[in-house]
Write a protein that binds this ligand. Structure first.
Ligand code: S3P
Length: 179
């Protein structure tokens, strides 16, 4: 296990904002799989989905994680679909303790819809799509995570503090106790 922290969770759970704060608090580097993919591909996530399709995007996610397994001292935020591939779930655990950020559905949906960058929500009825994806993925987040944090009523700073409290009091991901 490396000295990293990995954030997983659905769109709107605050992974990137919280991850940036966590990294700043701890003097770690912050990385985001979506941002890595955009840099590598030289195009936006929306464009990757429309030109290459979702499965090419998923392959890109796996390639990023393979590259990160030997990194030390990072906070990694991930795209909401990262847990879909079995290989990714193994890679995430190798990178570091995995924290699942979640929140009540209405709160997640309201936050997720603030951005037009999410191709999966650019559909006629985004709420139905949102709920069906969430239902498909919840069990995957749960089984991928060493810790889980409800961010419904916490701001980013409070969520970051909560994560530090959980991960430092129990040491490593092996000593779970917070699921
Ligand atoms: C996705 C979530 C997005 C991004 C892509 C696909 C998903 O990241 O990776 O639009 O499948 O849930 P965020 O979770 O940061 O929005």
């Amino acid at each position: 296990m490396h000295n990293n922290l990995v954030l997983i969770g659905f769109m709107g759970s605050g992974k990137s904002s919280v991850g940036r704060r966590l990294a700043a608090k701890q003097g770690r580097s912050f990385l985001d799989t979506d941002a890595e993919i955009v840099t590598e591909a030289g195009m936006s996530i929306r464009k990757i989905f429309s030109l290459e399709g979702e499965s090419a995007f998923r392959d890109r996610e796996t390639n990023i994680l393979r590259r990160l397994v030997d990194y030390e001292g990072i906070v990694l935020a991930t795209g909401g679909g990262i847990v879909l591939q079995e290989e990714n779930r193994h890679l995430l655990r190798r990178i570091g303790p995995v924290i699942w950020l979640y929140a009540k559905t209405d709160i997640l949906f309201e936050r997720a819809m603030r951005s037009q960058k999410r191709p999966l929500l650019l559909v006629e009825n985004p709420r139905i799509k949102f709920e069906s994806l969430l239902a498909e993925r919840e069990a995957l987040y749960r089984k991928s995570a060493d810790f889980q944090v409800d961010s419904s009523y916490l701001n980013h700073e409070e969520t970051a503090a909560k994560i530090l409290e959980l991960t430092s009091s129990t040491g490593t991901a092996d000593s779970v106790g917070n699921k």
